[in-house]
Design a binder for this molecule. Structure first.
Ligand SMILES: [Zn+2]
Ligand SMILES: [Zn+2]
Length: 333
């Protein structure tokens, strides 16, 4: 597939889609049938269904029975930790290997024409965005993710929370399952705005933003405080009626789903005949590029409501410039 049919490339080699970056079609009225169907397909495939399938696999194959999880013990906790490490390694490692090491599709559909690996930078451990990202993933992100998972499974085993089964409350559990991405969007929009307050940005969130040109290992490359906030979305399963598979889905949504905004490409080609996966990465790519826009992923139009939306166009650039100018005047007055 020729990427110039769907976008344009500037002198620096940065590719930009012709399409305007849009909020989810469910918020665009009047509803258009084809757009809604396309949205529903994109809501599930390929990402969310993969995170859910991973949670189902973990529940049936890795997670022990409730009587074992009543007690915190290194055996079952260690196994879950190793499986989470494996899931992160397979997902982030394979996408990084294909797109950024082997560069299988070059810079076709790549938003930023440069590859982070070509530019060593002192802001990163060992001067490498990928090495620091991988180290932060395995040293703190996966341990924090696993700690939340153990807390939720231990709570389930000991009867803390409102756990139920598909037999007892099928519609309720399907509803909770369907709403999980919307909850994550709301939770992270709030947490992310908080992290952009000057003190927290300087001491916590700036680590994530060192990846101005994000790549897969940037996804969980965060300060541990940010990782604790990021994975805390799953605690809602102690409050709402839920099932442990849904709690694990929530954690997979954070732990694996973080890749979505950090792929750096509009499409991943899967076959030489032009078949490709839409990544949905553009909204968050613009956040890494411009910092004070797109705190959320437009599943709920919170950025539009709060005036921080960037649609990727020149009009979006102008709106950002005007907002920054207003902010400067306010600070200097
Ligand atoms: Zn990011
Ligand atoms: Zn940010």
């Amino acid at each position: 597939m020729d990427d110039m049919l769907l976008g344009s490339r500037n002198k620096r080699g940065d590719w930009k889609p012709n399409r305007k970056n849009e909020i989810a079609p469910i918020w665009q009225f009047p509803w258009k049938g084809s757009a809604i169907l396309g949205f529903l397909k994109g809501y599930l495939f390929p990402w969310n269904i993969t995170w859910f399938a991973t949670a189902v696999f973990m529940w049936f194959v890795v997670v022990p029975d409730a009587s074992t999880m009543k007690t915190l013990a290194p055996g079952w906790i260690g196994l879950i930790f190793l499986c989470n490490c494996a899931a992160a390694l397979i997902l982030y490692g394979s996408v990084e290997l294909r797109l950024y090491v082997k560069r299988a599709q070059g810079n076709k559909f790549k938003y930023n024409g440069q590859f982070p690996g070509d530019k060593k930078s002192d802001v990163f451990w060992f001067k490498s965005q990928a090495i620091e990202g991988a180290l932060r993933t395995f040293l703190t992100a996966v341990p924090i993710w696993t700690a939340y998972e153990v807390l939720l499974l231990w709570s389930y085993a000991n009867g803390f929370g409102h756990w139920t089964t598909l037999q007892d409350h099928p519609y309720l559990l399907v509803l909770v399952w369907a709403l999980i991405p919307l909850w994550h969007e709301t939770h992270w929009y709030m947490g992310h705005r908080f992290l952009h307050l000057p003190f927290f940005y300087k001491h916590v969130h700036s680590i994530h933003h060192n990846s101005v040109n994000p790549s897969p290992w940037s996804s969980l490359s965060m300060h541990p405080v940010e990782q604790m906030m990021f994975f805390s979305a799953a605690l809602i399963h102690l409050v709402v009626p839920s099932h442990p598979i849904l709690a694990m889905y929530s954690l997979m949504f954070s732990g694996l789903g973080a890749i979505v905004g950090h792929i750096g490409y509009e499409k991943i080609e899967t076959k030489s005949d032009g078949a490709a996966i839409d990544t949905h990465a553009y909204t968050h790519y613009l956040h890494h590029k411009y910092f004070e826009v797109n705190y959320g992923d437009a599943l709920i139009p919170l950025d539009k409501i709060f005036g921080t939306w960037h649609d990727g166009t020149e009009a979006g650039d102008e709106a950002l410039d005007a907002r920054m100018e207003k902010k400067r005047k306010r600070i200097n007055s």
